[in-house]
Design a protein around this ligand. Sequence first.
Ligand code: CAA
Length: 262
Amino acid sequence: MRNLKNLHFENRKDYFLIKINRPKNLNALNQKTIEELILLFDFITKNSVGKYGIVITGEGDKSFVAGADIKEFVELDGKSSLKFCRNGHDLFNKIEKMHIPVIALVNGYALGGGCELSLACHIRVATLNAKFSQPEINLGLIPGYGGTQRLTQIVGKSKALEMMLTAEMISAEDALDYKLINNVVDDIDSGIKKVEEYISTFKRKGPNAIKNVIKSVNNYFDKDVDGFEEEIKLFIECVKTSDFKEGIQAFIEKRCPDFKGE
Ligand code: CAA
């Protein structure tokens, strides 16, 4: 993908790395960045052969994403705020439904829309200087990119309400304690090491099974879907793959499976 103004996109061995690249604004998500991310995730959906994950982080050492771009809020009214929310929801739903795991490497402020971006990812690794918050209440707002739902799903109602009602900043260690994140690492270098460990683990699994685990877990939160029934369908779908046969054969022969995604 070329001509990305606010994103740095790297095609790395086994995974894609995306950096939100507006460090002067602490990587705040303006509408242009949201649109670029939507295009990029559409591109990745069609071009992910040989990739086992996507890592999202922020440029610089101060911020992952400090929220939606507040400077653009001056123009916001009842009508334009619908488009504002829809764009964010479309992007974050897309991320949550990706067929390969998306890892947020949170390297500083993850505030408002930044915290919500991390919540839409499948795994969250945070550096020790990371700070999480949903501070929208300080602006007379509520989270608008899915935060009221996903934060509640992830940390539970009490903590979610406390975070959203107080706008308090949470340290990486507390975020780990609340199960908001999966890991804390010292710095960005150890963060890259950690996410690459995840990618190399995902590489050894069957891509169909990975895709169906994500789908099935997402179904739990979809009120229109019977997650148990869908699990049966997705299980059967896996049984019909060559990878399943390979997995069983490898177990019997006491060797590592060689999954081909077929
Ligand atoms: N939008 C636009 N610009 C932002 C920004 C944001 N969310 N966060 C920081 N910036 C800009 C600042 O305006 C500043 O730019 P200038 O130098 O041009 O003035 C630059 O980034 C550096 O920021 P600070 O000087 O404020 O840095 P600091 O270290 O003193 O403070 C901070 C850092 C505590 C993160 C502070 O910048 C801050 O509180 N930012 C706003 C965080 C916030 O409220 N985010 C939620 C947004 S609403 C939302 O996200 C709604 C939703 O659900 C989608």
